[in-house]
Design a protein around this ligand. Structure first.
Ligand code: DX5
Ligand code: ZN
Length: 227
């Protein structure tokens, strides 16, 4: 079952409650937290996540593009996030951090920038509920999808299969009607879309259309046939 997570990075930050309502039917709301250190952009932090969690029924998928993830990530669980993604490049002790996120009651997820391989993290996968393969360099919405990430998505799906894990595989960056089928075919099952959803005339309809496209592509993909 393909999940579509609209990224509020492309929404109107002065109207976040209404922007959440505009994507009713989305599986999760993707919240990009940037600290201007890990990435060259600054967005929002814990207080806004707390307010947004109270303002919407859609569960929050917090993507932390911040340094010192070990120190800050648990606070996003306390703020109400249902899933917290830290970057492998920013975590000093990813196993301890994933366990802490899970112990506090959220799904634990780890993201990889385009130049970070999945292979060194193979043994850590059972500690995670989701892996995020970035399909752009993190920091900004509206960038072009990096096709060169497709082999990493395929290899990650193979590792999940090899270990028999119930692990979601998320892609983020440049995901649109033009690229989502490639992602699904390669093995992704959770799709973040910012500009493709909030740039559409009807964002809720864009979510439904993207999900239908992803599910059709998964049904015929070699990894998805048995699902
Ligand atoms: C980029 C963020 C993404 C961004 C995606 O660093 O992590 O979530 O919002 O935006 P689009 O879908 O427009 O590439
Ligand atoms: Zn993101």
């Amino acid at each position: 079952m393909a999940q579509i997570n609209p990224s509020i990075l492309s929404a109107d930050f002065a109207r976040l409650a209404q922007e959440a309502e505009a994507v009713r039917g989305a599986d999760w709301l993707h919240v990009d937290v940037m600290d201007n250190h890990f990435v060259p952009n600054l967005t929002l932090g814990v207080p806004i996540v707390e307010s947004l969690a109270r303002a919407t029924d859609i569960p929050l998928d917090c993507h932390l593009m911040i340094e010192q993830a070990d120190r800050w990530a648990p606070q996003y669980v306390e703020a109400g996030a249902g899933s917290v993604t830290f970057h492998a490049e920013a975590a000093a002790a990813p196993v301890r951090l994933a366990r802490e996120i899970r112990a506090k009651g959220a799904r634990a997820s780890m993201a990889l920038k385009p130049a970070t391989p999945i292979e060194p993290y193979e043994d850590l996968l059972p500690e995670l509920d989701m892996v995020l393969i970035m399909t752009v360099e993190p920091g900004f919405g509206g960038q072009a999808f990096l096709d060169i990430m497709l082999p990493k998505i395929r290899r990650t799906r193979e590792l999940i299969h090899k270990h028999g894990l119930d692990l979601w595989l998320q892609v983020d960056g440049g995901v649109s009607a033009a690229t989502i089928e490639r992602c699904a075919e390669a093995g992704a099952d959770v799709f973040v879309a910012g500009s493709a959803v909030y740039g559409a005339a009807d964002p809720a309809e864009a979510v439904r259309a993207l999900r239908a496209q992803a599910e059709a592509a998964t049904a015929t993909a070699s990894w998805g046939c048995s699902h």
